[in-house]
Each structure stands twice: as C-alpha cells, then as structure tokens.
Ligand binder design. Sequence first.
Ligand code: ACO
Length: 329
Amino acid sequence: MNRPIAHLAGVGSFAPSRVMRNEEFAALGLDTNDEWIVQRTGIRERHVAGPGETNKTMSAAAARVAMSRAGITPGDIDVIVLGTASPDRLLPSTAVDLQAELGASRAAAFDVMAACSSWLYGLIVAEGLMAAGGAQTALVVGTEKLTSIVDWQDRSTCVLFGDGAGAAVLKRSDGSKGILSTFMRSDGTLAELLYRPSGGAAHPFNQQVLDDRSFYVKMEGREVFKHAVRSMSEATDRALDGARLTGADIDLMIPHQANIRIIEATAKHANVSMDKVYVNVDRYGNTSSASIGLALDEAMASGRVKPGSTVLLVAFGAGFTWASLIVRF
Ligand code: ACO
C-alpha cells in the first residue's frame, strides 16, 4: 500500500456535562478514596452521561464537530465505522443509529468491537476501505457509555471508567499528510481477564444473571496492567518501524487513557519524554474507544498538534486487542 492514502481532515469530541469527582464514591457506600484512586490510576474525575444521553447522541455531537472542521456534510460520507464496548442496543449496530441521527443517507455503517482499541481499529479499517476504492470519505467514531455497564458496587472497576465520544473524518490524502503506518493485533486466549461474563448469546439474560451481576464488567486489574504495558510497547515499536521513524521523530504521543502508570511505562519504552505525551486521564478516566479521539481533539484545540506534526496513537483493550498508528497533520 502506497501511503499516505487517508488523512484526518477533521476531529471532534463530546463529553457529558456531569463531572463526577473521586470524592463522590464514598457517598455511594464504596470503601475507596481520592488518594487511592489518584495514586494507582491518575484519575481525579470522569464525565457521566445523564438521562437522555446515549451513544447515539454523544457520537452525533462529536461527529458534527468533526464534519464541520472537515468541511463536509452528512451526505458526503461513504462509510461510518463506529467503535464501542457499550452499544446502545445489542441489535442493530450503534453505527446505524448514528447514521439515521446524522442523515448520512449514502453511507454504509457498522460497528467494530475491539474494546479500547476500537477507534484505532476503525481508522485502520476505514483506511483499508479507502485504499481498496470502496470509500472516499469516512467517519470514524469511538463512543462509550461505560457507566451503564460497570458495577457500581465494585470499587475495583467502577472508579476507572467514564463516558464520552471522539470522531474523525478521513479524506483522501494529497500525499503530504495522513496515516504513515498502522499496526493491530489481538489475543483471545486472554479474553477473561477483562470481560462481561453474561448477557450475550452464550449466557443469555435470566434471573440468575441479574442476581449474580455477571452482566457487568469484570477485570483482573493486575494482569491487565502487565499485558497493557507489554502490548502497548510492542505497538509503539511496530508503528515506528512501519513509518521508519524513532521516538525522537514523534512530536506528540497520544496513548489510550486508562491509567497514568501504563502511559508512563509505554512512553519510556518508546523513548518519548512525558512532555511529548498527551494526558487527560485525570479529567476523563478510561473512556475506552472514545479516549484517543477525545485526547486528540483537545491536543489539536490547545495547539499541541499543528500542521506538520507527527503524532503516534497507541491503544490497548479487552480481548486483548492492541493497535497503533502514526499520522502526520
Ligand atoms: N479503592 C480502594 N482500594 C481498592 C480499590 C479502590 N477503588 N480497588 C481495589 N482496591 C484494593 C483491592 O481490593 C486490594 O485490596 P487487598 O490487597 O486487601 O486485596 C488492593 O486495593 C490492591 O488491589 P490491586 O488490584 O492489586 O491494586 P493495583 O495496584 O493493581 O491497582 C488497578 C488496581 C488500578 C485496577 C490496576 O491494576 C490497573 O490500573 N490495572 C489496569 C486496569 C486497566 O487499565 N484496565 C483497562 C485497560 S484496557 C481497557 O481500557 C479496556
């Protein structure tokens, strides 16, 4: 493939207005505190969707900003790729709800489920469709209402996650900017380290599932942590190799925002100093497939990504899945 084929012509994001601080968990009866959460994760607060806020509304808000910045209308979109681990409904996809909400009547629309790697998986799939001639303009969205799938009685998971959406419009590159390299990988043998045991076709909903709360997210935090550092390090290596670059060539690294300690370890491995790493996990928590789009939008708005900037995006999530991508703006 002769790159760059696709460039990020517009980026947008949305976060619900309700901000929940760490101190509020005690009022829910959870034995936790701000100091523990900040020390182990770097998270201070997260955005929580309110009544009426869904993945459809959040992704549409993010998409409208991205489309306006890319100078396109919904009728210009050939394909919508939507990443989520918390779909509004199990059938049909959240992508078709977004399509209807936007009025993107010419588009094909589908979801990708690669947990926190979904937005990067989505960008890679969309780039591939563009390379194959199946699309000229793509909308790639990551959106999560994770507060609806975590167990608010489980302090080891509910303090970590938040809600939001990030979006990008991909257009054909003129050769000067765009996606320079990509990498994606999975390991399904590790699926049960971070998963929702019940509620799907293998263990459909019944009274027992409701009683044992097995439809909520379960996680082996320590194991996930180890694999996250290892896999994100591999992903940064592969993306740099693919673009024939080193850490020194990267103007900004935007890792999936799960935990500040995972971010620091990944940056160290890639030889990128922390002043070149974008961090907003303190204000959003882990928003899974929304996290990199949200962070990229903030980084662009604050001038940390400029025309000519070379940016490394890297993600890790349930599955496990991991992915990376280098893009020049
Ligand atoms: N408040 C206070 N204590 C807590 C809390 C909490 N919120 N949660 C757990 N604890 C307790 C545990 O019960 C345990 O107590 P014990 O020793 O009496 O049994 C103790 O703290 C230590 O628990 P660990 O799980 O070993 O703590 P650890 O240092 O590993 O930190 C954490 C836990 C923050 C979850 C860490 O393992 C982590 O960040 N893992 C990666 C998780 C992650 O990022 N997941 C998502 C990545 S992929 C994706 O984004 C989908």
